[in-house]
Design a protein around this ligand. Structure first.
Ligand code: DCM
Length: 133
């Protein structure tokens, strides 16, 4: 029953007026240039919501409200699990503080973006969110 606790990486489906924010990774080399839902690792003792709000503050310089989880987790290398949550802006304008670029994409643009593999699980749900928002 014991063993290494699973570390969770949280990522945001941050939407605004029918668009979704994607962020372009700078590292590691195999992921550099690919687009992702912004986020990062949950620290010990931190809730997933507060971890995601903190990551969005650090990476984008914005305050966000964190909503419901998207369906399904993704197993990443190194015993990490990736989980995504809906998010909306409370204040600020996102800036690429830790990414090489940001892009607000609509439902037509999203499928054309070069996403990191892990985030592709949520493509149908993200399209649905954009088309019904
Ligand atoms: N990751 C991912 N998709 C995201 C966010 C993160 O696949 N939307 C992965 C990339 C890394 C790990 O999670 O393997 C930790 O992310 P970071 O390096 O950004 O802390």
């Amino acid at each position: 029953m014991s063993g290494t606790p699973t570390a969770v990486v949280v990522a945001a489906a941050l939407t605004h007026e029918g668009t979704l924010l994607l962020a372009q990774r700078t590292r590691p080399p195999e992921l550099a240039g690919l687009w992702e839902l912004p986020g990062g690792k949950v620290e010990p003792g931190e809730s997933e919501d507060s971890a995601l709000a903190r990551e969005l503050r650090e990476e984008l310089g914005v305050e966000c409200s964190i909503g419901a989880a998207l369906s399904g987790d993704v197993d990443l290398a190194g015993g990490l699990v990736l989980r995504a949550y809906r998010a909306t802006l409370v204040s600020g304008t996102p800036a690429a503080l830790e990414h090489s670029a940001l892009r607000w994409v609509d439902a037509a643009m999203l499928p054309t973006m070069d996403l990191v593999d892990a985030d592709r699980l949520w493509l149908p749900e993200l399209l649905d969110i954009l088309l019904t928002s």
